[in-house]
Design a protein around this ligand. Structure first.
Ligand code: NDP
Length: 319
């Protein structure tokens, strides 16, 4: 990635319905790594080398010919990793109507990762009160909300994360019943047996790889595995060492991959549920905020070694 200076024309070309925005917050998301290479079976096209990186952001409209957006509107959606961006494809842009929540939450708790947690947990995991739930990458943008939703649903919830600081957050701030540092475990199967002596009903899988293989061995009869992401597989998308698929048959487990974009119809109900619970203090959300466009590449790369503590956001300008 390269940081380039350029001039901004503070206007929208005549005849175009693009909008010119000033970016306030940019989101770093693991799927962006997948856009940095050709991958035939991907659900999203690769970035074009030499062009501006695209990602979710929160922005303020500074010029518009588009009837749906006025100067001054706050919007969230896909934007460029720049201070000002002329957005040609405005389909993903949503006007931000919620005034009393942190603006950066619109790329986290109230945005794509939040919807992923909400749809993944309620729609894919088919949860029941009292069930045993395991979440990997549990302190991240998606995982921290999944765990809290599972607790609100009356489940027993254990999370895994890669540092002691994250484990402490899971137990002391995010309300998980238990948490462990997977990097300190020589045998993940043994670790899961320690935390789930009775087995796992729901595994919300953010990482794939070795953890998925160990979880397979610990699933209960008619358990569910929501395959949300495979970040441990280092961008190869190979099924690294998955040996225990037979457990799906013997335990009649349902394993389902999903994309949050299939659940956009749930967005209004998701938003009102989360805002209501956040305002009542029943949900908290941890962000890891970096400052300035120049810090964005390192913030993105940091996701893949677990440097982020909570949702990784880059503040370009607070207003
Ligand atoms: P996070 O905020 O959780 O950040 C990524 C985290 O992954 C890191 O902090 C790190 O936490 C963990 N991680 C990195 N490398 C490894 C590894 N080798 N093994 C285990 N854990 C690792 O990201 P998100 O919450 O935004 O995303 C979580 C997952 O959900 C990702 O796989 C992502 O691709 C997926 N996703 C899927 C969506 C969908 O629609 N299906 C939508 C959004 C996200 P730690 O320190 O704990 O290792």
């Amino acid at each position: 990635m390269e940081l380039v200076d350029g001039e901004v024309k503070m206007e929208v070309p005549i005849g175009s319905d693009a909008v010119l925005v000033k970016n306030l917050y940019l989101s770093c998301d693991p799927y962006m790594r997948g856009r940095m290479r050709e991958f035939l079976n991907s659900y999203i096209p690769p970035f074009v080398p030499g062009s501006v990186i695209e990602g979710y952001g929160v922005s303020r409209v500074v010029a518009s010919n588009n009837p749906n957006f006025e100067v001054g509107d706050l919007v969230s959606g896909l934007t460029g990793w720049e201070e000002y961006c002329l957005i040609q494809k405005t389909e993903s842009l949503k006007k931000i109507q919620v005034e009393d929540m942190p603006l950066s939450f619109h790329v986290g708790l109230l945005g794509m990762p939040g919807l992923t947690a909400y749809a993944g947990f309620y729609e894919v995991c088919s949860p029941h009160k009292g069930e045993y739930v395991f979440v990997s990458a549990a302190s991240g943008a998606v995982g921290q909300l999944v765990g809290q939703l599972a607790k609100l649903h009356g489940c027993y919830v254990v999370g895994s994360a890669g540092t002691k600081e994250k484990v402490d957050l899971l137990k002391n701030k995010l309300g998980f019943d238990e948490a462990f540092n997977y990097k300190e475990e020589s045998d993940l199967n043994v670790a899961l047996k320690r935390y789930f002596p009775q087995g796992i009903d729901i595994y919300f899988d953010n990482v794939g790889g070795r953890m998925l293989d160990a979880a397979l061995l610990n699933m209960r009869l008619h358990g569910r595995i929501a395959v949300c992401g495979v970040i441990s597989q280092k961008g190869t998308f190979d099924v690294e060492g998955i040996k225990n698929i037979f457990a799906l048959i013997s335990k009649r487990v349902r394993m389902q991959g999903f994309l949050q974009s299939d659940y956009l119809h749930l967005f209004p109900q998701f938003l009102s549920f989360i805002i209501d619970h956040y305002k009542k203090g029943k949900i908290v959300y941890i962000e890891d905020m970096h400052e300035g466009l120049e810090s964005a590449p390192a913030a993105l790369v940091g996701l893949f070694s677990g440097k982020n503590v909570g949702k990784q956001v880059v503040c370009i300008s607070p207003d």
